[in-house]
Design a binder for this molecule. Structure first.
Ligand code: CA
Length: 430
């Protein structure tokens, strides 16, 4: 069989792929799944409405590029740790196995049935063990809007913002996969005109629309990753909803940044889209002025044109309202700059580390990536298609984010990251 690059737009799979599907043969995102018939989690690749079971394919001896057992695992970490050459070789093998002109998997119905699982019959799990989670703050529009609302509109960006990718260390233990309900947090709330805080359920629960990358190659403690070498360390991307309790945040964030307002949950999409699949969608990053310090390199073709949407559905509603449409292409700081900055102190990164982009907002009123901005901190409520209004999230609301890169005739998509808000835990302290 002739070798064809997995990104070739003319490639077609023997698996039917609906127009508009996020998972054509040019995508091949990795995830971890199980089924009722086989409850052991294992690694798979999304193709159309199906999952190609890589543990089963490897069991047939059809994936000689990886050591045995790597895909019989409850996370992708072992596979990711094999490095970029293996990622590329595996993607090439999978692409060839799924091609329309390759009989290997499609000609024998028993083989076909043993390696393909309808996605509707599968449970999707967290795709990686996440040793650490860092969240950046790299959208200039978002940082400007927040600075305008809470500080000084004339000096919305703090002086350090244009000099480095600002971030905080998040909490890896509470990263959950799409579909996991998210409980409204309790915490300290400081009401205006009252000297001391009260304790109780967050009243300003928000989402944050973000992408995130998964670290694919570790760095040693004491060593930094050079900005020009950083891409080798990035395996792929997911969608991230960085749930935020705005009232808890406002009271706690000075002097050391967010804590309880962010640590209760962060949701990610189940499929990791590889950097290789995203390669055709690179676009020029925004001009950086002032020129960053040399260790951060220069802005190049480092952004990705990922179309993003946020949908909100109240508990009783039959359909969702799209409340935000934007793109990740205008992000000021690139992923390679984020990784170079993260490690410049000698801080090490590990395989599976999750690095959030920060809330992604555009310039128009309908392109803002959180309710804080969309409703001006609750002052201008949104009206949903059901007629209901929202200042912040209510119990029973389902927030669903989706994202895709649009090619000519197909999409390289992320699927979605979706979760329903549960009421706060009753607390004896309240
Ligand atoms: Ca965030």
């Amino acid at each position: 069989m002739t070798t064809i690059h997995p990104n070739d737009p003319t490639l077609q799979s023997f698996i039917p792929v609906r127009p508009g599907s996020h998972f054509p043969i040019q995508n091949l995102p990795y995830g971890v799944f199980s089924t009722g018939a086989d409850p052991l989690p294992r690694v798979g690749v999304a193709i159309g409405d199906d999952i190609l079971d890589l543990a089963a394919v490897a069991g047939l001896g059809l994936l000689p590029c990886v050591p045995p057992g790597v895909f019989h695992a409850s996370s992708l970490n072992q596979f990711i740790a094999l490095g970029r050459d293996t990622w590329q070789a595996t993607r090439q093998w999978i692409s060839e196995l799924l091609r329309k002109d390759n009989p290997a998997l499609q000609s024998d119905p028993c083989v076909r049935d043993s390696v393909l699982v309808p996605m509707a019959d599968a449970t999707l799990h967290l795709p990686v063990d996440i040793p650490g989670y860092t969240d950046f703050y790299s959208s200039r529009e978002h940082a400007t809007n927040c600075g305008t609302m809470f500080r000084d509109p004339a000096n919305a960006l703090l002086p350090n913002w244009l000099e480095m990718p600002i971030a905080y260390n998040g909490r890896a233990s509470s990263v959950v996969v799409s579909g996991t309900p998210v409980q409204r947090p309790n915490g300290q709330l400081k009401l205006p005109d009252v000297p001391r805080p009260v304790f109780g359920p967050c009243r300003k629960l928000d989402f944050e629309l973000e992408t995130a990358f998964i670290v694919g190659q570790p760095s040693a403690l004491g060593n930094s990753i050079a900005v020009d070498d950083a891409e080798r360390h990035i395996f792929g991307m997911v969608l991230l909803n960085d749930w935020s309790a705005r009232d808890i945040q406002q009271w706690e964030y000075m002097p050391l940044g967010p804590f309880n307002s962010k640590t209760f949950a962060s949701s990610i999409s189940p499929w990791i889209v590889t950097m290789e699949a995203l390669e055709p969608f690179r676009v020029q990053s925004p001009t950086q002025e002032p020129m960053p310090l040399p260790y951060l390199g220069k802005a190049g073709k480092d952004s990705y044109d990922i179309m993003l949407e946020v949908n909100l559905r109240p508990a009783a509603a039959t359909h969702a309202t799209t409340i935000c449409r934007t793109s990740s292409r205008f992000m000021y700081w690139s992923m390679r700059q984020q990784l170079a900055h993260h490690t410049v102190s000698g801080c090490n990164v590990r395989v599976g580390d999750l690095m959030g982009s920060g809330t992604i907002s555009g310039r128009s009123a309908d392109s803002l990536g959180c309710l804080l901005e969309l409703t001006r901190n609750g002052n201008n409520p949104l009206t949903l298609s059901t007629g209901e209004q929202r200042r912040f999230l209510e119990d029973g609301d389902t927030v669903s984010m989706t994202g895709w890169c649009q090619a000519d005739g197909y999409r390289i998509g992320f699927g979605d990251v979706s979760a329903t808000v549960l009421p706060a835990q009753p607390s004896r302290a309240s």
